[in-house]
Ligand binder design. Structure first.
Ligand SMILES: Nc1ncnc2c1ncn2[C@@H]1O[C@H](COP(=O)(O)OP(=O)(O)OP(=O)(O)O)[C@@H](O)[C@H]1O
Length: 318
């Protein structure tokens, strides 16, 4: 668990971060979201002491980080930086081995862990292990950075725009691989992004920042349907319909969907989003889909108009 209290950072007369507090529970992914210059990176770097806080406190699993040597602290925190930070004169395998070596792991353990991770990230060691960063594409470099941050199996992972340098298609693909990595399930993660879709896809909780402060913290539904103020409301305005349809799941509108007496060919599960339902209807060019309730096996029918009506109704009652 990470607890930050009344954290501030001044760079001369600029207040980059102004008196923010947050808690990230064990196993939770918290996203720092906001426009350029709002203080996201500064906040993240105060946690591994790449930037020293001006005031406030931070503890990780009950331990005050200011009482620890910064270099030692950093070995226990996975970090994916904005510009990948790979050593250009080290191969992929050597780059990944840096922290495990500092931690005193033996060679066999390092090799086994590196092989497994690279394999999961679709960079088989036989093909990529001896390559240098310059010989890799942007997406491949980013995967090596992720492998390097994961190998020491630290319980805490900090990620600063980890997919920022990638084109939108590669970005979505790498993100999907990343979300499904078993290594991530138990980690406490803080992710910095300015990409709203990424924030909603990856965050259990999102802190929306502006001018060094946290304006609102909550899940996607809180931010979309219960905005704290006009800033929050307008932040999501451009993509509102898509975001709302993604944030709402069929289980949220279950009671409003017609019961089925037939079984359409195309089936979704009730924990899938309304957007996925709309997509399936249009991709398959069908009038109706079945939605299966994961809890009791019951099936209901989704059509374009029944989903839309339920969506409008539920929106007004959230
Ligand atoms: N080393 C520094 N010296 C002086 N000012 C700085 C320094 N680092 C950051 N700042 C300022 O602090 C503020 C917050 O910067 P920060 O990098 O945390 O923002 P950010 O939200 O991460 O932005 P981005 O999304 O563009 O990376 C900005 O006004 C920035 O110019």
């Amino acid at each position: 668990m990470i607890v930050a209290e009344k954290l501030s950072k001044n760079f001369n007369d600029i207040q980059a971060v102004a008196d923010i507090s947050f808690t990230v529970k064990e196993g939770e992914t918290m996203v720092l979201l906001g426009t350029s210059g709002c203080g996201k990176t500064t906040t993240l770097k105060m946690i591994n002491r790449l930037i020293e806080a001006t005031s406030g406190s931070i503890s990780i699993n009950g331990q005050d980080i200011f009482q620890q040597q910064p270099e030692i602290l950093r070995r226990t925190i996975g970090y994916v930086s904005q510009n990948n930070g790979l050593f250009p004169h080290y191969t992929v395998s050597e780059n990944i081995a840096v922290v495990p070596r500092l931690l005193g792991w033996d060679k066999v353990k390092i090799r086994e862990h590196a092989e497994k991770l690279l394999d999961q990230l679709k960079l088989p060691v036989a093909e990529f292990g001896d390559k240098y960063p310059d010989e890799l594409s942007g997406g491949q470099k980013q995967r090596v950075t992720v492998a390097r941050a994961l190998i020491s199996d630290s319980p805490v992972l900090l990620m600063d725009e980890p997919f920022g340098a990638l084109d939108p298609v590669t970005r979505a693909a790498v993100r999907k691989e990343f979300v499904n990595l078993p290594e991530l399930k138990k980690k406490t993660i803080i992710l910095v992004t300015h990409d709203v879709q990424e924030a909603f896809e990856m965050g259990d909780r999102i802190c929306l920042m502006d001018k060094g402060r946290i304006v609102q913290s909550g899940d996607a539904k809180d931010l979309l349907f219960r905005p704290a103020n006009d800033f929050v409301r307008s932040f999501f305005e451009n993509q509102r319909l898509y975001l709302e349809l993604t944030a709402l799941k069929f289980e949220d509108i279950w009671h409003l969907l017609p019961v089925s007496d037939s079984m359409p060919d195309n089936v979704l599960e009730s924990n899938q989003s309304l957007w996925q339902g709309m997509e399936l209807l249009s991709q398959r060019n069908v009038k109706e889909i079945a939605i299966k309730n994961l809890q009791n096996g019951e099936v209901r029918i989704g059509t374009q108009s029944s989903i839309q009506t339920a969506f409008n109704q539920i929106k007004n009652n959230i």
